[in-house]
Design a protein around this ligand. Structure first.
Ligand code: ADP
Ligand code: SF4
Length: 684
């Protein structure tokens, strides 16, 4: 297939100062927590995107000095010359595929608690450090300011030695010192670096000019800037100072990389920003104030939306972090006319969660993400089948679909049996919940490809029992039959079912998703802490029920702190009129009434009347088929339970497990991944 001429514009080269991007696909800086601890994995992770056609590939934040280091998070590091060789790995790998390499130099100021270096953090004015660390940052002296400028210059020179083509100056995400200087909330200085906007911009201007001089004639300087913080006059706004700053610095950088702040707004989940290009209202003005190219993001996955951004003069380069994570080959697929093979990001922010947890990147849609070096996985290539054996996959949720697709890609003859009349399992059900429609992409991408494969047979409405599976005589069987929500309240808080609960009419998320009607007053008990409890609260309110959500945790959907959604979720359920009771657990249940107690003081109790009680606590693996098949284990070369049937978890975990099972099919009953590659510090 050939590229649709409508998309030719996306493949035009773009001049960025003295360098030229080969096309308009630009992987903006994003974290992956491989970084300085895992440099080979870092290089391989970035290289695969260059191979997939992204014209510019950037690092994550790169610390330039130990006085702003991000432990326990693992980002990039360029403190001195000894850090250069690991950056070389990345730039060489990216250049090999004809892409430009960019480095995001970063000084985090009071956002870096310096848990490793133990140096007191710095800020424009004395203030508490970010987060809840019991520490404060000290106000910077003139000497500190001179040091900061020198550190940027030294890091810029090292970046050149490491082979980067674009060097960043970074004032965004509310995370960097230069942005802190721009904001009156943090900058209360009375010298020439504080007060008027001209003064607050001074340091950024100086650093930009310093870095430009330091990088020389053949390297570009990008300025990453958040035009708006979405907190009204309490922060920078695109309509006032955000705009003025762009006007003041317009022609200094070679490239404007613009977005919105803080990170939860920039990387908004699909639940809160369902549409592509959601940053346009805040960043479109930038191109009217500068002649330099502008890159911006907005979870772009469709070629038409990208073309529209260029043609309407909103952006010159299509920036992407998450869409490049979900599909490193997105540009190549557009180029080859294979649009319907793009693995579109679903905006779940599981990738972000890994960063928040200081663990290497993973992705719901792309199970190979972060595994490029560690397990040698490639997003578009997989070993061919080792035999002519047939394979049976039972259950077509995320695990079964991914497993079947990859086995088919390998060339195996695949039979996929699904009990219901639709593919997708949990994602088909959950995508009907408020704010969750993008999860259907997990199914749609895989279903589309599976239906085109001549070596795949799909049987819908086919609930298999153990004897039928044995009778099929297929040597490899992967059981992906999923999980179901528990009705008995057992979860993190309750190890045993509550007394008398079996006599009551308790509802679960599965019931709601199957359309079981609810009474007027709904009580939701959330001991799961991910999206389900709050999503169902939203659904029930939308249906007009009175809703009370009780959780043993101190906040609603507390794990979504990691997906940058928690604050938005709590705000939304409160605005919808959901009554939220945190730090409480169920202690007694009778028909129509629950008694809850404070988790710290069992004697602080209250009674809550309800018509329907909805338990969101934990799930049972639905593994009856697998357990029954174990009696016939010697009839199979492979018998494995995968995904939620093995251990209920995230959709990302199920997709990964399905993928892994397909890659390692031949390891038979010993199915754990072959020992993966590790980066071990050299003891020289
Ligand atoms: P996962 O997240 O692990 O993929 P899901 O719960 O999303 O799990 O999907 C499991 C799928 O398996 C569901 O679509 C379910 O209908 C199907 N299923 C369950 N039991 C059987 C069975 N015995 N035969 C065929 N399909 C089954
Ligand atoms: Fe997109 Fe989710 Fe993958 Fe992140 S983890 S890139 S949000 S699909």
């Amino acid at each position: 297939m050939a590229r649709d001429p409508r998309y030719d514009i996306l493949f035009e080269p773009v001049k960025i100062g003295p360098v030229t991007a080969p096309n308009r696909f630009y992987q903006v800086p994003h974290c992956n927590v491989l970084g300085h601890a895992r440099p080979r994995a870092e290089a391989a992770n970035r290289a695969v995107k260059a191979e997939g056609g992204w014209g510019v590939i950037c690092t994550q934040e790169v610390e330039i000095h130990p006085s702003a280091e991000l432990a326990p998070y693992v980002e990039g590091r360029l403190w001195d010359d000894r850090d250069i060789p690991q950056h070389r790995l990345m730039t060489d790998a990216v250049h090999e595929h004809g892409a430009l390499a960019g480095i995001e130099l970063c000084y985090n100021g009071f956002h870096a608690p310096n848990l490793y270096s133990r140096i007191a953090p710095m800020a424009p004015s004395a203030m508490p450090v970010h987060g809840l660390n019991p520490a404060q940052a000290r106000a910077m002296s003139k000497r500190d300011i001179a040091d900061l400028r020198r550190w940027h210059v030294e890091a810029a020179k090292r970046s050149r030695q490491a082979g980067y083509d674009i060097v960043y100056v970074y004032a965004g995400h509310n995370m960097t010192l230069l942005q802190h200087f721009l904001k009156p909330q943090y900058n209360q200085r009375s010298d020439e670096y504080g007060g008027s906007l001209e003064n607050r911009v001074r340091l950024t201007r100086e650093v930009l000019l310093d870095v430009k001089e330091a990088v020389g004639q053949d390297c570009a300087v990008a300025f990453r800037f958040a035009t708006d913080e979405l907190i009204g006059p309490d922060g920078l706004q695109a309509e006032s100072e955000g705009r003025d700053i762009v006007a003041m610095l317009a022609e200094i950088p070679d490239l404007w990389d613009v977005n919105i702040s803080d990170w939860s707004n920039d990387s908004s989940s699909a639940r809160f920003e369902p549409n592509e290009g959601y940053q346009e209202p805040y960043t479109a003005f930038v191109k009217t104030l500068t002649s330099k190219p502008v890159v911006g993001v907005g979870r772009f996955t469709s070629a038409d939306a990208m073309v529209s951004q260029i043609k309407r003069g909103v952006l010159d380069l299509i920036g992407a972090a998450r869409p490049s994570i979900a599909d490193p080959f997105l540009p190549s697929k557009i180029d080859a006319g294979r649009i319907d093979e793009i693995r579109e990001c679903i905006g779940c922010n599981i990738c972000v969660a890994q960063d928040m947890l200081a663990a290497p990147i993973r992705c719901t849609q792309n199970p190979t993400q972060g595994e490029e070096w560690k397990q040698g996985w490639h997003p578009e290539r997989i070993d061919t089948a080792a035999s002519d054996d047939a394979v049976l996959v039972v259950g077509a949720g995320p695990a079964g679909l991914e497993c079947a697709l990859q086995l088919a890609n390998r060339g195996y003859a695949v039979t996929l049996a699904e009990a219901t009349e639709t593919l997708g399992g949990r994602v088909s059900r959950e995508s009907e919940l408020p704010g969750m429609s993008s999860y259907a992409r997990v199914r749609d991408y895989r279903e589309n490809l599976l239906r085109q494969k001549p070596n795949v047979e799909i049987y819908l409405g086919n609930r298999l029992g153990a004897e039928e599976v044995v009778d099929l005589g297929i040597p490899h069987v992967l059981v992906a039959t999923g999980s179901s929500w528990r009705r008995d309240g057992v979860g993190r808080q309750h190890a045993f079912p509550l007394a008398g609960i079996e006599a009551l009419n308790i509802l679960t998320p599965d019931d709601i998703m199957h359309g079981v009607p609810l009474g007027g007053r709904v009580l939701i008990y959330d001991d799961d802490h991910y999206f389900m409890g709050s999503t169902l609260a939203e659904l029930c309110r939308n249906q007009g029920h009175d809703v009370c959500l009780v959780t043993p945790e101190s906040r609603v959907s507390v794990w979504t702190e990691n997906t940058l959604e928690q604050g938005k979720i709590q705000a939304r359920v409160l605005s919808l009129g959901v009554v939220v009771i945190c730090s409480h657990q169920l202690v007694e249940l009778v028909e129509g009434e629950a008694t809850i107690a404070n988790v710290y003081r069992a004697d602080l109790q209250q009674r809550l009347p309800f018509d329907s009680l909805l338990m969101v606590t934990s799930r049972y693996p639905q593994d009856e088929l697998y357990q029954a098949l174990l009696a016939f284990e010697d009839r199979f070369k492979t018998l494995r339970s995968i995904g939620d049937c093995n251990a209920p978890g995230t959709v990302a975990a199920a997709v990964y497990d399905g993928h892994s099972a397909a890659r390692y099919l031949e390891s038979g009953q010993d199915y754990y991944a072959p020992l993966f590659a590790r980066e071990i510090p050299a003891l020289d």
